[in-house]
Design a protein around this ligand. Sequence first.
Ligand code: C3B
Length: 829
Amino acid sequence: KSGEGRAKAERMFGLMDGFLKNDPVSLQKDILDHVEYTVARSRFNFDDFEAYQALSHSVRDRLIERWHDTQQYFKRKDPKRLYFLSLEFLMGRSLSNSVINLGIRDQCADALNQLGFEFEVVAEQEGDAALGNGGLARLSACQMDSLATLDFPAIGYGLRYQYGLFRQVILDGFQHEQPDYWLNFGNPWEIERVHVSYAVKFYGTVEEEFLNGEKCKVWVPGEMVEAVAYDNPIPGYGTRNTINLRLWAAKPSGQYDMESYNTGDYINEVINRQRAETISTVLYPDDRSYQGKELRLKQQYFFVSASLQDIIRRFKEAHNNFDDFPEKVALQLNDTHPSLAIAEVMRVLVDEERLGWNRAWDIVCTIFSFTTHTVLPEGLEKIPVDLLGSLLPRHLQIIYEINSIFMDELKKRIGLDYNRLSRMSIVEEGAIKNIRMANLSLVCCHTVNGVSRVHSELLKTRVFKDFYELWPQKFQYKTNGVTQRRWIVVSNPSLCALISKWLGTEAWIRDADLLTGLREYAADAILQQEWKMVRKVNKMRLAEYIEAMSGVKVSADAMFDVQIKRIHEYKRQLLNLLGIIHRYDCIKNMEKSNRRKVVPRVCIIGGKAAPGYEIAKKIIKLCHAVAEKINNDSDVGDLLKLVFFPDYNVSVAELVIPGSDLSQHISTAGHEASGTGSMKLLMNGCLLLATADGSTVEIIEEIGEDNMFLFGAKLHEVSALRDKGPATKVPLQFARVVRMVREGYFGFKDYFKSLCDTLEGGGDFYLLGNDFGSYLEAQAAADKAFVDEEKWTQMSILCTASSGRFSSDRTIEEYAEKTWGIEPCKCPF
Ligand code: C3B
């Protein structure tokens, strides 16, 4: 373009102000229009849910406007883009988050008010988008918020499951799973793109053909499924930038198999075609075991293939030489779930674009980066060769070829060390041959990131030691973070206002490091008073919810002690429960007059167990059995209450976190790759009771050991303790509380037997017995600190003040600079 032309276009972008106005009157008109024309209700008669729908559509219109401008701007600037591939995104609700990021929260509340509605009530109508399991999936959601806010040219890709994570229903204390058919009331936060669709191929054979005298492979598929795009706009905060989360849904392919249309079996043909939709039907509810299921593999390839077709189409619109690809494209693999993308890019470049193997390989090696979220070698994904060969025959060949070249090079580097060669091979030999997706990713990605410093050390010294010794330069880490927009501004508005008042600015909402400014007021009596008030009101709100949900009345003066996360043996909810039993036992056995000295506690546990995870389900049952006993014991009264929060999800977290005094992050050292719940609680001024595991180690560095309650075996002690066998220093109290469970004090004796067996008789892999003594000491220290309100409040303020480092903005900035090589591309206002 000429200089003049560019200047004109620049001016045009400068004028790109919102077309829709954001004052309450304009918003109100839009809401009423949507009531009439979108929801098709009378504007004289609509309820809270319909108000939610109409408001959401009004907000969506504003999102679309910005989304268009942003896409247009990116297209014109053509920066290097980040493509974030993840099979899981745990977005939760969108309304409150959107209006806050768009800066129209108060205007919307005003508009609704005049119509006789209350914003909070209307926002409560929204269900959660739960297209993910746990930490990994919520991390993706936080990172999308940061990518948008920091103006990075990024697109998220994933799957649009019709059924999100199951709903947890508790009957008689047992977990039952119910399908989460979340789209039945419509979803205003997505835009269906019927014209953005791609054919995805499966099965079939690989044939050899000669093209222009050259021998080449051609994949002749046996099945085709159509991937249709659903776009979910992700608004940044304090910027016009609104990026895209593109989720794919499976539809029957439009490309008919003419043969079968002549067989006369019309009905069966239609039914078979319809089956294609199952690919994107349901999210796998187990967050870390891979059972070689064909449907899961189909999901992975489906989303990878559609995303890459989309990415390559976009690249080709502006470029005709694939050598420019690495300058325009960064592909981020969120865990190994999208790792088939590596083989898919090779296939497209070699078989379809005919670049030749070496040129294609050079490109592949510069575009992919990989983040792993796990510590355990068992947690790493493996795909049976037979399964892969039948579903994706050409990809299997490509992976074999990559491996063969890698093995040859490796032999040159390390000699014939067959043990090491077989450990590093992408192909695992054995009774069942497997493809190791992590090894594939390690070989082909330029970078492998851990999610905390300790995690990265474990990757280097244990999990991927062989690879680290070969390619130390590939190993990096980016400590996880969470977005303060969702976790303070949306979920704790009164704390948000208090922080802004004392800092004299709202700038911390985009720059969390500014929170350190609170440190100098931590001892200020007025701030402390206001801080306490805010927290008290949040606790009262939580107490009301507890009563409504479980019928248990709790006092907001008690210490609210929470453990909210997926149920896993390594996360040790069982340690927490045994501690609660011990506390109960002590209260029962103490002189009545001494009960006055007990610090009242409300213990809250929430989380889902994978449907096939027996032990985790027993832990949930034990929690209910113990709660039943304690909550109905008049000796105990308000001194101790235990509540299980059913169906823990993002919106429950938004309610619980602001009202928590103490939270537990008590995994056996060396097991939690990072942990992110701790960061959300820390930001909200909740004190931590924790082991030195995952990101907690870095949290300690920020807040200091004095401002938290630390306990338990350290990482370097764990393997020695295990080698020593049954813990030698198991305290008497531990044996006693386990015996209470074993002997049926809480009922269900036979059912809990196997749970107790995991702890005794030489088991106790997670070292509950070993850590029990120091756990009780840490709990006692927490009690003691809670009594000194001034001190506690000061610690609470210091937690928030020290949480800035754990903003996902910091994580994303590090990724952008050190891993992806992308720059902000800010759409002008
Ligand atoms: C989780 C890990 O268990 C957490 O320690 C970590 O903070 C988060 O990922 C985010 O990095 N994780 C998960 O939720 N699902 C997996 N399959 C593996 C790890």
